[in-house]
Design a protein around this ligand. Structure first.
Ligand SMILES: Nc1ncnc2c1ncn2[C@@H]1O[C@H](COP(=O)(O)OP(=O)(O)OP(=O)(O)O)[C@@H](O)[C@H]1O
Length: 374
């Protein structure tokens, strides 16, 4: 592990830098480490390597051939609409869902063959509530310390450190049921941190929180990361969070990764595609070179918490799907505006995003998560 100055904000750039090519559809992700065998034997292993990862629930292909590598020390964001397969991928990496040998490695350990070794390296904050409302904050963290086999000698100090890291020392002796949504998320973070993980996995860590609580959660994540060099793998619906806090992101849709790179690389690649499209001869729009749909409106400032851009496109019985504007390649809509990450997503995911993202189960589970912390 590397040690940085804990007082300094975490760097936006991953400590381990290797040239990355932003993905351009329809090719496979161009990330240099998508192929683990490309790493030299002497190179330190990636924090996470997935090779052709797939997982199905019956007929539903939740994850459908994902190749990605998360580098040690980076904050890696897995983005996508409801039902994209983010949680399933995360659960495969945590070993909670079984996968065949060779598909997932965590710091070089195979998730199928070395399950316990993988688990010892992980801290995991699931979408579902993992804190016990009837216990105090401290008791909740102590419970996790025991479950994760923190030695009895170290336990009290580690629990105190974890609570301190998320600014819950003062509230530690209160029952968790008296905590606000933001405090519960921070408590869950303390639970995950108590085992001093090398890889922290967070599934929608800020869903349902107000903007201030969201920022606070991220500040704590970043402070711990800066102090310990831990790697963070996070799923989120919030594009703005990904832009601000993630070194690299993978955009996931229908079980597959559609784009992978730094937010800047992905935006630049879209800018270049739009420029090429603008130079091309006029033709009816059939390619994903320009966004087929107008951008999702930004959430209303009056809303208690920002609406995830993706969930607003979930199917609704009363809202018909938006109609694509008729457009040509020589006049892509908003081609001169600076593209956002959401534009990139719409570009690579195409028209399926609005109409078919997330079924009832997916939307319901997101809403449940949001309401239980809200
Ligand atoms: N336990 C399950 N049984 C059956 N199907 C499931 C189960 N869990 C997930 N799925 C399906 O697998 C697909 C991927 O779901 P997953 O929860 O991984 O997506 P997600 O991107 O994490 O979505 P969300 O943002 O809503 O959490 C969806 O079609 C979902 O309905």
């Amino acid at each position: 592990m590397t040690t940085d100055d804990p007082g300094r904000p975490a760097p936006r750039t991953a400590p381990v830098q290797a040239p990355t090519t932003a993905y351009e559809p329809p090719a496979e992700p161009a990330d240099r480490s998508a192929d683990a065998s490309a790493q030299s034997p002497a190179a330190p292993p990636d924090a996470v390597t997935c090779r052709a990862l797939h997982y199905a629930f019956g007929e539903t292909k939740a994850v459908d051939g994902v190749d990605l590598s998360v580098r040690p020390g980076e904050v890696f964001g897995l983005l996508g609409p409801n039902g994209a397969g983010k949680t399933t991928a995360i659960r495969c990496i945590t070993t909670l869902l079984p996968v065949p040998a060779g598909m997932v490695r965590v710091f070089g350990h195979d998730a199928a063959r070395e399950r316990m070794a993988v688990r010892r390296l992980l801290g995991y904050v699931p979408q579902q509530l993992s804190a016990d409302a009837g216990l105090t904050g401290r008791e909740n963290v102590e419970l996790f310390a025991r479950v994760f086999d923190v030695s009895r000698r170290e336990r009290a100090a580690r629990v105190a450190q974890a609570l301190e890291a998320v600014n819950l020392t003062e509230a530690a002796n209160r029952l968790a049921k008296t905590y606000s949504g933001g405090m519960i998320r921070r408590l869950e973070l303390a639970q995950a941190l108590v085992s001093a993980p090398r890889l922290l996995m967070l599934d929608e860590p800020t869903i349902g929180l107000d903007p201030i609580a969201r920022t606070t959660v991220w500040e704590h994540i970043n402070a711990v990361r800066a102090a310990t060099g831990m790697t963070v793998l996070v799923t989120t619906h919030y594009m703005d969070e990904a832009e601000q806090y993630c070194d690299r992101v993978a955009l996931m849709h229908r079980g597959r990764i559609r784009a992978l790179g730094t937010p800047n690389e992905l935006r630049s690649a879209l800018r270049a595609r739009r420029a090429r499209a603008a130079l091309a001869p006029t033709a009816p729009h059939t390619s994903p070179a320009s966004p087929p749909f107008p951008s999702t409106p930004r959430p209303s400032p009056a809303a208690p918490a920002p609406t995830p851009p993706f969930s607003s496109s979930a199917p609704s019985p009363s809202t018909p799907p938006s109609t694509p504007p008729s457009t040509t390649l020589s006049s892509p809509p908003s081609s001169d505006a600076e593209p956002t990450l959401e534009d990139v997503f719409r570009d690579v995911a195409g028209s399926g995003l609005d109409e078919q993202s997330g079924d009832f189960r997916d939307v319901r589970s997101t809403r449940r998560t949001a309401s239980r912390v809200g």
